[in-house]
Design a binder for this molecule. Structure first.
Ligand code: PRX
Length: 627
């Protein structure tokens, strides 16, 4: 192990900094917040609209609705694909797909556009038009990207559901979203194991009347038999073979692009709604300047398009920038611990956007995996999803040559785009996500919304609107309002942080009942709701317990029904039950069967007491404890 003292400040190479797209952060930041409409408006000019915006921002402080690019008409698919083909880049590689089993496939911008048009024809044939809803339940494959872009092209609204979710989790999302069409695959592969996706989809949609058709994309091959309402993509492709061009449908600043379900503090995931044009501007601008994407780059983001990181920084942001994107289906340890390093070397990746858990896992596997690889094209690194601890920062920095900037990017499903981050030109402090992106007014406040002095820990809020802000919570406008009324007039992120004397943010974790397990966002209430559907469980509480590798792990406490006391369920049975209800990412790591749970007099479970006990910390104010 390297025991030399670790620098607390990394200063980028001056030449790289000068050549980057934001060479002087301080000046640009000051100008951007003094006149955000000019800052964002100038960036919008780099995109294509069939009708130019009349006004850059229309902010309603009463409804907290931020309408960006008012009066404009355009389409994000047109900007992500057609625009580059029109500009003569149809032969540039858009997508490199690396499958779980070592398969690879390349898509140029021309081919990706062609496939997207064909898929859009299919959706149209199935009755999908502007404003219609489509759920996409696919593994991270080109088909998933194509389905998303095809929806966007038609002005339809997609909702991508992570392919690792269980039948019950998919069903609850289908029930809320009520899609007209469901797109799924015969199967998925993970660590060489076949996962029967179609069976999950079938069980999930049983009895749901909204779904008029299910498109089955072959991952392995066309399914052997289809049920009523199911159509094989292969057959549908034959039917639209000669359908010809299908121009993208121009949409306005209020038209949704997608609904992505994410965990909150209640048992039910919320559908975060993003609109096409504003989201396009935010993801375009951030992908462009933070990763400083160039035509010569190969960009690899390790997320799954089923999460917001994949939406914004595998699909939309990079394609809007005409990048070459590497999409990997696998996990970082399959077929071996060198998976990412070999993909990076083989495809000459120059920008690698990863996660703290992945980096810590690679660190555990050891230096020998990156050592000896030619990582010379590498220009920058990124991280997202949870705090990147200094040890992991230093390790990644060292094994990639000790010169590359690491963008520890902080943002959320709701923000749609990166909000706080270093830039290739700014200094970095390991453990810090740097300062706000230009145009973003992020603050650390106390419970009444007053800005805290440096060094003090508080809640992170965003004080002014930003282009890719979410527009509402699907079917739940009250839940949207809550984000803006907790701290009046500012967006409440649910995260805590402190800022140092230079204005650098150090994120510490969530202040609400949301936990982050290996970067996956889960609500404690969601896990508890799943637990109490077990016939033997009467009450349950879930907490996030700090973990060196995954940031947090899930620990649950359950109280059994009196009738179950003599035959308590095995811990494994409880864990499996949650897995079945929610999916593998929500499976508890530790289970305790207890006699009772600490509660307030009004009956609310005091999770903070459980957590303090678990960690051997003071239990704090117990005056509201019932017993
Ligand atoms: O707690 C923060 C954490 O991830 C949360 C958002 O989760 P989600 O909506 O699933 O989006 C994840 C990918 C954008 C935040 O509230 N988080 C995200 N990035 C960071 C982070 N925490 C610390 N540092 C980060 N860079």
């Amino acid at each position: 192990m390297d025991s030399s003292p670790k620098p607390s400040l990394f200063v980028p190479d001056p030449e790289t900094a000068r050549g980057s797209r934001i060479p002087d952060y301080e000046t640009l930041y000051a100008a951007s917040v003094a006149d955000p409409e000019s800052f964002w408006g100038n960036l919008a000019k780099e995109l294509h609209f069939t009708k130019a915006p009349r006004k850059i921002l229309d902010w309603n402080p009463k409804t907290f609705e931020g309408r960006w690019l008012v009066g404009a008409e355009g389409n994000i698919c047109d900007n992500a694909l057609d625009r580059h083909v029109r500009d003569g880049f149809g032969n540039k590689v858009a997508l490199i797909w690396a499958g779980d089993g070592g398969e690879e496939e390349l898509f140029t911008y021309g081919r990706l556009l062609d496939q997207t048009v064909r898929f859009a024809h299919i959706l149209k044939k199935l009755g999908v038009g502007k404003g219609d809803r489509v759920t996409i339940f696919l593994p991270p494959t080109p088909g998933q990207v194509i389905a998303m872009l095809a929806c966007a092209r038609l002005g339809a609204i997609h909702s991508v559901v992570f392919s690792g979710f269980s039948q019950a989790a998919l069903r609850s999302r289908l029930e809320d979203f009520e899609p007209k069409v469901l797109v799924t695959a015969d199967c998925a592969y993970r660590r060489g194991k076949r996962i029967p996706l179609l069976e999950t989809a079938r069980a999930a949609r049983k009895g749901l009347t909204s779904v008029e058709a299910t498109v089955v994309v072959p991952r392995e091959g066309p399914p052997e038999s289809l049920e009523p309402g199911e159509r094989s993509l292969t057959d549908l492709q034959t039917e639209v073979r000669f359908a010809g061009p299908l121009p993208s449908v121009p949409v306005t600043c209020d038209d949704p692009l997608f609904v992505l379900y994410t965990s909150g503090t209640t048992g039910k995931p919320k559908g975060v709604v993003h609109v096409q044009l504003g989201y396009m501007l935010g993801t375009y601008a951030t992908a462009r300047t933070i990763f400083d994407l160039r035509d010569s780059d190969v960009y690899f983001c390790v997320a799954d398009p089923g999460w917001i990181t994949g939406h914004s920084y595998i699909v939309y942001g990079p394609l809007l920038n005409r990048a070459t994107v590497l999409l990997s289906e696998g996990t970082p340890e399959y077929p071996d611990a060198g998976r990412h390093w070999s993909l990076i070397e083989r495809h000459r990746v120059s920008v690698y956007y990863s996660t703290p858990t992945t980096i810590r896992l690679q660190m555990r596997f050891g230096d020998s995996w990156p050592a000896g690889r030619d990582l010379s094209p590498h220009r920058s690194l990124g991280s997202v999803g949870e705090p990147l601890n200094p040890e992991a920062w230093h390790w990644l920095h060292r094994v990639t040559g000790g010169k590359l900037p690491i963008m520890d990017t902080w943002w959320q499903t709701e923000t749609g785009m990166i909000m706080v981050t270093p830039l290739p030109s700014t200094p970095e402090k390991p453990g810090s996500a740097g300062r706000p992106f230009p145009g973003v007014v992020a603050d650390v406040v106390d419970s009444s919304g007053h800005t805290l002095p440096s060094g003090e820990t508080g809640t992170v809020v965003i004080r002014t609107p930003w282009p890719s802000m979410f527009r509402t919570v699907f079917r739940d406008p009250e839940r949207y309002r809550k984000y803006w009324t907790e701290i009046p007039g500012a967006f409440f992120s649910g995260d805590s942080a402190r800022r140092d004397e230079d204005g650098f943010f150090f994120f510490l974790g969530r202040v609400d009942d949301v936990i982050k397990v290996a970067g996956h966002r889960l609500g404690t209430a969601e896990i508890e709701s799943a637990l109490i559907t077990h016939p033997k469980v009467a009450e349950a509480a879930a907490i996030g317990k700090p973990d060196e590798l995954r940031g947090e792990i899930i620990k649950v406490f359950v109280v059994l029904h009196p009738h179950a006391a003599d035959t308590p369920p095995a811990h494994d049975e409880i864990r499996k039950h949650v897995r079945t209800e929610l999916g593998g990412i929500a499976e508890p790591h530790e289970v305790d069967i207890v006699i009772s749970l600490p509660k307030t007099r009004s009956g609310k479970i005091m999770r903070r007491v459980l957590k303090a006990r678990e960690m051997g910390l003071p239990e704090g104010d117990l005056s509201t404890l019932e017993d």
